[in-house]
Write a protein that binds this ligand. Structure first.
Ligand SMILES: CC(C)(COP(=O)(O)OP(=O)(O)OC[C@H]1O[C@@H](n2cnc3c(N)ncnc32)[C@H](O)[C@@H]1OP(=O)(O)O)[C@@H](O)C(=O)NCCC(=O)NCCS
Length: 174
């Protein structure tokens, strides 16, 4: 799909982004999470992106600030990729991939050095994500090991980083 435009989300997009998340996930939880995260201190407006097809929003991706906390109490700033959504009728056409790539590029430009995702092991590796266990980074939730993945936006940025990911409280409601 060549005629896809990716841009930063505007306040006037919020209603459409809510409907999109509800459609993609088949429930309101993730749509409400996006609303809650926008009002949190972890929100980065430049990393809430929408995909438009003929001017209509068909996809959305959000990256928020998180920290990784080691057992010894050291904290490392990182980003969480979550949630992302593409309208059911427009899935598997590459729109999600365009959103991920645009988001990773923007995050790098903004100076972030790594991203954590909890997601499908067959999808995110195509963007360079690797099992987070490689760095001894763990999810705070009881998920299979290969679901928690990390990506270095800057080479070796996760060297020496280990610990448990701390998500903003808003994620507890999902
Ligand atoms: C995940 C999602 C955003 C991907 O968007 P998309 O536009 O379909 O993505 P792309 O077209 O770039 O890539 C499609 C590929 O991802 C795979 N994929 C998507 N979701 C997947 C999942 N949950 N498990 C396994 N594979 C998945 C598809 O099978 C397809 O694989 P292929 O390229 O080998 O054929 C979209 O499927 C979606 O909105 N899903 C529902 C919400 C969700 O689960 N979001 C992710 C968790 S936050």
């Amino acid at each position: 799909m060549r005629n896809i435009e990716i841009r930063q989300e505007k306040t006037s997009d919020y209603t459409q982004v809510f409907s999109l998340n509800r459609n993609a996930f088949g429930q309101d939880n993730e749509a409400k999470l996006v609303d809650a995260l926008r009002s949190s201190g972890n929100f980065i407006p430049e990393l809430s992106l929408v995909a438009l097809l003929n001017g209509e929003i068909v996809g959305h991706i959000l990256f928020t600030k998180i920290v990784i906390r080691s057992d010894t109490g050291n904290t490392y700033e990182s980003l969480s990729l979550a949630p992302m959504a593409v309208y059911r009728s427009f899935q598997k056409k590459g729109i999600g991939s365009r959103l991920v790539k645009a988001g990773l590029r923007k995050a790098t430009e903004l100076g972030y050095t790594s991203v954590i995702v909890l997601g499908h092991e067959n999808y995110y590796p195509r963007f360079g994500f690797k099992p987070a266990s490689r760095w001894d980074i763990k999810a705070p939730y009881d998920v299979p090991d290969n679901v928690c993945m990390a990506l270095e936006l800057v080479r070796n940025s996760l060297d020496g980083v280990n610990g448990t990911v701390e998500y903003p409280d808003e994620f507890e409601s999902v």
